[in-house]
Design a protein around this ligand. Structure first.
Ligand SMILES: NC(=O)c1ccc[n+]([C@@H]2O[C@H](COP(=O)([O-])OP(=O)(O)OC[C@H]3O[C@@H](n4cnc5c(N)ncnc54)[C@H](OP(=O)(O)O)[C@@H]3O)[C@@H](O)[C@H]2O)c1
Length: 261
């Protein structure tokens, strides 16, 4: 057995939702660089095109598909575009999500409209494209990989107004285990990655608050936050043959934050 070859994805086709964002763009490039053809999905076609160009410059294959992943027709369209362009669909990585830095309210005053918005932004946007992708995987009968981006906030409370985000990520951890259980019979694995802060546009506003940033570093044993490069190893492991006997798991990628709680 060639150990490194088990991490390669030659001949595989991946969808990355939220490929316009920090973690999604880095994930799309990583998958392409180990051989996958990548369908980059999101709402901003300009940013998706920039990711596709970067992949092509690196010698990879990718397409951009514009759509709202909280809308069923658009989510279905992403899986259809992947199959139409590349002939199959083996992997979906869900990176759409957020609200940690922008929807902060005391728990007893959390606005109903914001609750619904953040739950949909983090959960519906994973449910709908995953349903479409897994339907294609089941039909093809070749197995598959689903990787969800959760957060340490699925496991940990924080005194900072995160109610809806914490609820959404906790639910994502639960539904990932459920999907893993239901889809194992189709040889489709489902795993999640739960980072603490990763330096992206989404985390920028909170990290700009010096007191918050210093408090955060003080709680992380490795004494830094993650860069998008830090998620690559976990993504490639869960998307490849290397993880073929791993399903329903949550990999916490947090510099030791949860270990120290
Ligand atoms: N960064 C962190 O510190 C951190 C920590 C823990 C977990 N996470 C999780 O990791 C994931 C990725 O985070 P990130 O920092 O890379 O976020 P990001 O840079 O904001 O990327 C998310 C992308 O999704 C797109 N998007 C939002 N709503 C969408 C929708 N309905 N349909 C299609 N695309 C949509 C956003 O673009 P538009 O809004 O312009 O469409 C954005 O490009 C999220 O689930 C986040 O909760 C992040």
């Amino acid at each position: 057995m060639d150990e490194l070859a088990r991490f390669r994805l030659d001949g595989k086709v991946a969808v990355v939702t939220g490929a316009s964002g920090g973690i999604g763009a880095r994930t799309a490039l990583a998958l392409a660089r180990v051989g996958a053809a990548v369908t980059c999905a999101g709402r901003s076609i300009e940013r998706l095109n920039a990711v596709v160009e970067r992949i092509e410059r690196a010698g990879g294959r990718a397409i951009a598909v514009e759509g709202d992943m909280a809308a069923k027709a658009d989510a279905d369209g992403v899986a259809e575009a992947a199959v139409e362009s590349f002939g199959r669909l083996d992997i979906i990585v869900n990176t759409v999500g957020g609200g940690a830095g922008t929807a902060l309210y005391p728990a007893h005053e959390y606005p109903e409209s914001e609750w619904d918005r953040i739950i949909d932004l983090n959960l519906r946007t994973s449910l709908l494209p995953t349903q479409a992708a897994v339907q294609a995987m089941i039909t093809a009968g070749n197995g598959g990989r689903v990787v969800n981006f959760s957060s340490v906030r699925g496991q940990l409370g924080i005194d900072n107004g995160f109610s809806a985000y914490v609820a959404a990520k906790g639910a994502m951890d639960a539904v990932s285990r459920q999907w893993a259980t239901e889809w194992a019979k189709h040889r489709i694995t489902v795993n999640s990655i739960a980072p603490t802060f990763v330096r992206t546009a989404q985390s920028e506003s909170l990290l700009a608050d010096k007191a918050f940033y210093e408090g955060l570093l003080a709680r992380i044993p490795l004494h830094r936050i993650a860069e998008t490069d830090d998620v690559v190893g976990a993504v490639l492991f869960f998307c490849s043959e290397a993880s073929s006997f791993v399903t329903g798991q949550l990999l916490t990628l947090d510099g030791g934050l949860t270990a120290a709680q």
